[in-house]
Ligand binder design. Structure first.
Ligand code: DOR
Ligand code: ZN
Length: 332
């Protein structure tokens, strides 16, 4: 299979040593990626953003790869956002405390409090990317957040809202109800259910937020993805953590899938769909939704060529470590 300009619409690259370890793995497979701002401290101002972007570019070491930068949501004013517009792709909103490095996220979804920023974003055409989870019972957190998505979608009809890494049938349905709602889905949520994470022995490397859900949820996500549904985009949410932070008491959330994303998606679409829908899911849908175009195309070829996923990349265990995959990237 061949993919033109594959895009990862949700990627964690971290900083410093980890950035240098993982960035090139995404840069060689993807034309562009949306880079998450949940560093410590989070990226909230333009100086920090520009400096981080430069470190990302240096670590990627690939002129063709485009990092699409994001700011961590705060109540920004119009003037700031107008200045920020040319430097950022979108703004990422985290409810406070729901996931890794989100403690300074927002704690109220009162429309009056969000209005100034979200109206400015609507006017400037800046998309809002949302980690949609409440603090309820863990299996209900995403579905319960649907009320907030509805409130946002209705209150800000001109705002492009992306429901990030959706994991439930509920959000698959919601996506169809509001014109201004879009979504990303990860690779691992097309493969896993909660059974894989903790139905047998506990698998820390499959633990992420939102947690993988029920079989009917996974089926709903697969149905949308494999049909090439136009409002759904691929976002890996590849989120590397050092092995000591995963294999310990108090496992960090995150699945490191960057090195296996394209080979596994190819395998899935080859089995359950086709090349044309893979192209939509991996690139065309996102290009249409976000008006993206590229001066130079990047073509990635995936061939039947069995290979074994390494046990580790540095001190990070990848998704499907030690497993054999059927397809491999041919970079020649
Ligand atoms: O599993 C996750 N890991 N979910 C997130 O939302 C954040 C991410 C991370 O930064 O490690
Ligand atoms: Zn994420």
């Amino acid at each position: 299979m061949t993919v033109k300009n594959p895009l990862d619409m949700h990627l964690h690259l971290r900083d410093n040593e980890m950035l240098n370890l993982v960035a090139h793995l995404s840069a060689k497979d993807f034309k562009a990626a949306v880079i998450m701002p949940n560093l410590v401290p989070p990226i909230c101002d333009l100086q920090a953003l520009k400096e981080y972007k430069q470190r990302v570019v240096n670590a990627c070491n690939d002129e063709d790869f485009i990092p699409l930068m994001t700011l961590f949501y705060k109540n920004y004013n119009y003037n700031f956002l107008q200045e920020a517009r040319e430097h950022i792709f979108a703004i990422k909103l985290y409810p406070a405390g729901v996931t890794t490095n989100s403690s300074s996220g927002i704690s109220s979804f009162d429309i009056d409090e969000l209005k100034e920023t979200l109206e400015a974003m609507s006017e400037l055409g800046l998309p809002l990317l949302v980690h949609g989870e409440t603090n309820d019972f863990v299996m209900d957190r995403e579905a319960n957040f649907s009320k907030i998505y509805e409130k946002l979608a209705k209150s800000f009809p001109k705002l492009k809202i992306v429901m990030e890494h959706i994991t439930t049938k509920r959000l698959c349905e919601l996506l169809k109800d509001y014109e201004n709602l879009y979504a990303t889905v990860t690779l691992h949520h097309l493969i896993l259910t909660l059974d894989d994470v903790l139905g047998g022995k506990l698998k820390p490397h499959l633990f992420c937020k939102p947690i993988a859900k029920r079989y009917e949820d996974k089926e709903a996500l697969c149905e949308l993805a494999f049909s090439g549904y136009e409002k759904l985009m691929f976002g890996s949410d590849s989120a590397p953590h050092p092995i000591n932070d995963k294999e310990c008491c108090g496992c960090a959330a995150g699945v490191f899938s960057a090195p296996v994303a394209l080979p596994l998606l190819c395998e899935l679409f080859q089995k359950h769909s086709n090349e044309a829908n893979l192209q939509k899911f991996l690139s065309d849908n996102a290009c249409k939704i976000h008006n993206l175009s590229f001066k130079k195309d990047k073509i990635i070829k995936l061939e039947r060529n069995k290979w074994q996923v390494p046990s580790k990349y540095g001190d990070v265990v990848p998704f499907m470590a030690d497993e054999f995959l059927e397809f491999k990237q041919n970079y020649n």
